[in-house]
Ligand binder design. Structure first.
Ligand SMILES: Nc1ncnc2c1ncn2[C@@H]1O[C@H](COP(=O)(O)OP(=O)(O)OP(=O)(O)O)[C@@H](O)[C@H]1O
Length: 595
């Protein structure tokens, strides 16, 4: 329970900027509720007018004739109903407006924070879970603010306002009618305490389910090719059932609440009804006051049945709020505090000095790599799978932080540069090409949205992508589908190369750009490599050694360490791991130990 109020406190602090709207919304809810219970008072006053006529309560206010008293009550009734409607309109407008603003702010803030988080954060959880938090959890909060917040305010006003009327009219009956109130409130909090972990569980389960769905839809080709549909359907069923079960436990708890509350209400109502009736009969209590008390007991106690729903909404919303703030509180390991800038023109010299990095989960990584890549050179990283090639690239991009050693760009330690300053000088064609849904033009221009068509076409030509783009009926305006689904693998590779080239960074990094493509694309990339290497530093991770024979330096990695380096001829002459792998790949295999 306390954690829910903590979450609420946090939410209120977050919503500081909306303090005026919140106060306005609360004020409108309060006024609306006061108007809402006023007609019951008027009924009592009307009964009093009819029974007591010239000696009635209204007569004492100066309206002597019973007719003028009734007319006055009619006008008052009109004003009260009109006021109630007006303030209902206003509080709806304010609460809903607030809910829209807050949900949008929170979603944007959480998204912006999540975007800054380290790659390891994304590797350690299913993306669907994040999407669930950004969508479902934000929506829960919206639902609470749309209705729940107003309901809480109005229940409080009801108790206070009706309580005051009761004590004025008959303190004895007030006591009797109010006996169930603490019980009901205690019951609501008891229920809330029990329900809280159940709702946390519901949110958890929905996250798992969304994660599974998103993963499966993304991996649908794999599922189909392994004919694993039945197995996946069973897993989705299990997750979906777990969600149903978690909800069922929460529902069982919330459903028990209302019948219990109703019995409490009955006690209060009966007490007012019987004791008040007897007092009215004996003349101790005014008939009108008796009417008011009987009506108001209902108005007091019935809304409390709604308390269960409100607490329900509140709990769900606070479970979601906690998840959102947890994301917002997730610290970013990669410090972006560098303030140095590189002096122009950036040459693109990269130096690694005794760099160590170990992944905590797999103990893979790199150990003590020192390497100088002079500006303008092409360096190839080769080595067996898992040797640490991609890890080196991630360290250079500062997706990872070295545990020891340092990396330099143009002589400046890269952690002294802001991430923006560092990354704008590095262009990456990554292992898994990611294209965005949209037009070819926007994908190529992703790094420089302001690029002209001429520049886009030049980059496409350099990446040997222009021929196929030009052959498409809609050319650069062709929509390529999610992740570029309407293009071939080779075309996707070429587009991502064009995208990197258009960025025109002094350092170009190609991570296995040639391993997953057809021979023609490989040849095309090889041709463009020779062309694009001109005037910039190129770091290539290659599996096909034929693509990098012209590299200035070929670095062979094994188990995270450099074991050989030199140009193609030098490495062949060394007759070590590179030479043996070269023989395997060119068909002169006498030794099959892989590089
Ligand atoms: N995110 C990660 N978390 C934990 N361990 C990792 C992670 N990424 C890579 N590793 C481990 O670190 C080692 C080096 O991986 P890396 O991806 O750098 O190899 P690579 O040389 O690029 O391999 P490949 O050529 O197959 O892509 C491997 O043993 C791998 O299991």
């Amino acid at each position: 329970m306390s954690s829910s109020f903590k979450a609420l406190g946090r939410l209120l602090r977050y919503a500081r900027g909306y303090r005026r709207t919140i106060s306005g919304a609360i004020a409108c809810s309060v006024i609306n509720k006061l108007f809402d219970i006023a007609p019951e008072l008027l009924i009592g006053v009307a009964i009093d007018v009819v029974v007591n006529q010239e000696t009635s309560f209204v007569a004492q206010l100066g309206f002597e004739s019973p007719r003028s008293q009734i007319m006055m009550l009619g006008i008052l009734t009109f004003v009260i109903w009109a006021g109630e409607s007006l303030f209902e309109y206003l509080y709806q407008l304010m609460w809903r407006g607030l809910s829209q603003r807050l949900q949008s702010d929170l979603r944007q803030d959480v998204y912006q924070h999540v975007q800054q988080l380290d790659m390891s954060f994304f590797e350690s959880r299913p993306s669907g879970q994040l999407v669930a938090t950004l969508n479902d959890d934000v929506n829960q909060l919206e639902r609470f603010l749309d209705g729940g917040a107003n309901a809480i305010v109005q229940v409080l006003v009801t108790v206070l306002a009706i309580g005051t009327v009761f004590f004025v009219l008959s303190p004895l009956i007030a006591l009797l009618a109010f006996v169930p109130v603490p019980l009901i409130i205690a019951g609501a909090f008891y229920f809330q305490r029990k329900a809280s972990p159940l709702y946390a569980d519901v949110r958890e389960k929905v996250g798992v389910l969304s994660g599974r769905l998103a993963n499966n839809i993304a991996g649908i080709a794999t599922i189909k090719s392994f004919t694993a549909e039945a197995r996946e359907a069973a897993r989705v069923r299990a997750d979906s059932e777990a969600y149903v079960e978690a909800n069922r436990r929460a529902i069982r708890m919330s459903s028990a609440f209302i019948p219990v509350i109703r019995m409490g209400i009955l006690t209060g109502f009966l007490a007012t009804f019987l004791v008040g009736g007897l007092q009215a009969l004996s003349g101790e209590l005014n008939v009108g006051a008796y009417g008011v008390l009987v009506f108001l007991t209902q108005r007091l106690l019935w809304p409390m049945t709604g308390l269960a729903n409100v607490v329900d909404l509140f709990e769900r919303a606070m479970a979601s709020t906690r998840r959102l703030f947890n994301l917002l509180d997730t610290p970013c390991q990669t410090q972006d505090q560098g303030t140095q800038t590189l002096s122009a023109p950036v040459r693109g010299e990269v130096i690694l000095s005794d760099v160590h990095f170990r992944y905590s989960r797999t103990h893979g990584g790199i150990k003590g790599v020192s390497l100088t890549i002079p500006a303008g050179q092409m360096v190839a990283l080769v080595g067996t799978t898992g040797a640490g090639k991609s890890t080196l690239i991630k360290l250079l991009l500062r997706f990872l932080q070295p545990q020891k050693g340092a990396l330099y760009l143009d002589g400046v330690p890269i952690d002294q540069l802001s991430l923006h300053e560092l990354r704008r000088h590095l262009a990456l064609v990554s292992q898994d090409v990611y294209l965005f849904e949209g037009r070819i033009r926007d994908n190529i221009a992703y790094g420089r949205p302001e690029a002209s068509d001429e520049e886009i076409i030049r980059a496409a030509r350099q990446a040997e992508a222009w021929d196929f783009i030009n052959a498409l009926p809609e050319g650069l305006d062709t929509l390529i589908g999610e992740r570029g689904a309407r293009l071939s693998g080779g075309q996707r590779q070429r587009l991502s190369l064009a995208r990197a080239l258009l960025k025109d960074a002094p350092v170009l990094i190609l991570d296995e750009a040639t391993s997953a493509v057809d021979n023609e694309t490989e040849a095309a990339i090889q041709r463009s490599l020779a062309h694009i290497a001109h005037g910039r530093t190129v770091i290539v991770i290659a599996h096909r050694l034929s693509t990098i024979v012209n590299a200035d330096n070929i670095v062979v990695l094994e188990h995270g360490e450099i074991v050989e380096q030199g140009d193609h001829q030098a490495l062949l002459a060394l007759n070590g791991r590179y030479a043996s792998q070269w023989r395997v790949q060119t068909g002169h295999a006498s030794d099959v130990s892989g590089v």
